[in-house]
Write a protein that binds this ligand. Structure first.
Ligand SMILES: [Zn+2]
Length: 444
């Protein structure tokens, strides 16, 4: 009896997790406006590299399933996240808190939904193409998630981190920014899912840096796309998924602007290869086994805005502004007409997933600057904490208190592009940190 129990142990240990992975091609089937830069003058011309929605389903010994999705997209809007979540809940019974919607912030993908809508002036035909693409995207998410769940099979999960020096704090690189501090996060967190026989099924790897090495008129996945392609080439049959970190104030530098010619593509491919090599080092090392259970939580931090302009100020501005500033100004008047007031705060989604004592995954929304990654790793343990930004809706940059005080693009100047009524107020960082702390201290 005793002997029988002992021989069962390795099998039970291996059976703690099931993992399933899938990917779905999201190349546009027609020419479409490209996302992320406001100064493009023409729609997409060709596909340089396939783009994907990918899903990694994880099931712990309790039988509950959680799914991490990644995408070669600049961002998602609230409606897409809500619609896909609704479908997944209805079809698979998976609640919202067990779904993570991450995107690489790729600037060479189609415009989708309402993401950065004030950035572009689309013709009715171009808007119709975006609407068609977005509707298909809902289905593609559903298909990728459904397939990942269908593929669930026994797996071993491990975690380790590599290092890659691609990210540069871009606030220093902006005009007048030389004197600013330039923190970066060069960690490459890597979660591997292997079959009981040891074959790599999925590699989920992260990095904190804008996907902005390329900026032309081709569809591609930028450096994260090249990194994923490289890892999948090295491990045939596996799926590599890129999880964006807190890259709000980081760019891959140098880069060749307004370009996706051969020299710029070579550079993006090289950044991808560096990142893939860093992830490979983590795969080759003595990674720690991840134990369950997986405890997930989802909460909302109410982030206050600074004082919004009054209707009188907005009406007076109509005579002063042109172009994008006027579009923003008139959009705020539309919101005032519709809602009777401008919002005083933003209900900011925060997710915390705890994998036993082995790993804590903190999922933030929008574009957090690097300080959030550095702070939470310092606070909760740099070897066991993974901070992913760029989840849920792409609401705006999320400055830290430091960046807010410094001002500049990621602090205050970038806010109008996102249609928010005013920059965030100084409690932004502490409000988010308190929500993370609250979710972390919740009893399972
Ligand atoms: Zn950005």
């Amino acid at each position: 009896m005793r002997l029988a129990a002992l021989t069962l142990l390795p099998v039970l240990a291996m059976a703690e997790w099931k993992a399933g992975v899938a990917k779905f091609n999201i190349n546009p089937t027609e020419s479409i406006w490209l996302a992320g830069y406001g100064n493009r003058t023409r729609p997409s011309e060709r596909i340089l590299q396939d783009i994907w929605v990918k899903a990694l389903a994880l099931q712990d010994s309790s039988g509950q399933v959680a799914v991490i999705t990644t995408a070669d997209l600049v961002g998602l809007d609230t409606r897409t996240v809500a619609e896909v979540s609704r479908r997944v809940q209805a079809r698979h019974g998976i609640p919202r808190e067990r779904l993570l919607f991450n995107y690489s912030h790729n600037h060479s993908c189609p415009v989708t939904g309402d993401v950065l809508k004030l950035y572009y002036t689309l013709t009715p035909d171009q808007s119709a193409a975006v609407a068609r693409y977005t509707t298909r995207l809902y289905d593609h998410y559903e298909q990728a998630i459904g397939q990942a769940i269908a593929n669930l099979a026994p797996a071993q999960l491990t975690f380790d981190q590599g290092l890659a020096g691609i990210a540069v704090n871009r606030r220093r690189a902006r005009p007048g920014g030389r004197s600013l501090p330039g923190p970066v996060d060069h960690d490459v967190p890597v979660l591997a899912a292997r079959s009981p026989e040891g074959g790599l099924k999925a590699v989920l790897f992260g990095y904190s840096c804008h996907a902005t090495a390329l900026s032309g008129s081709t569809i591609n996945g930028d450096y994260p796309g090249f990194a994923q392609e490289e890892l999948e080439r090295r491990h045939p049959g596996s799926v590599a998924l890129f999880l964006m970190g807190c890259g709000g104030d980081a760019n891959p530098l140098p880069r060749i602007m307004q370009n996706d010619g051969p020299e710029a593509v070579d550079l993006a491919r090289m950044y991808g290869k560096i990142l893939a090599t860093a992830a490979q080092h983590a795969l080759d090392g003595k990674a720690k086994t991840i134990a369950g259970p997986l405890v997930t939580s989802h909460g909302t931090a109410e982030i206050p805005f600074q004082k919004a302009p009054t209707r009188e100020e907005l009406i007076a501005n109509q005579k002063k502004f042109t172009g994008a500033r006027l579009r923003y100004n008139n959009y705020l008047i539309e919101v005032l007409d519709r809602d009777g007031k401008l919002p005083a705060s933003y209900p900011y989604p925060v997710q915390v997933w705890r994998f036993g004592d082995s790993l804590t995954l903190i999922g933030l929304t929008g574009e957090p600057v690097v300080d959030y990654c550095l702070r939470f790793k310092r606070q909760y343990g740099s070897d066991t904490t993974w901070v992913a930004g760029y989840n849920n809706e792409l609401l705006s940059y999320i400055p830290s208190l430091r960046v807010l005080k410094e001002g500049g693009y990621e602090g205050t100047e970038g806010i109008p592009e996102y249609g928010l009524p005013a920059p965030y107020a100084w409690p932004v960082e502490e409000t988010i940190a308190q929500k993370v702390e609250e979710l972390l201290s919740r009893k399972p």
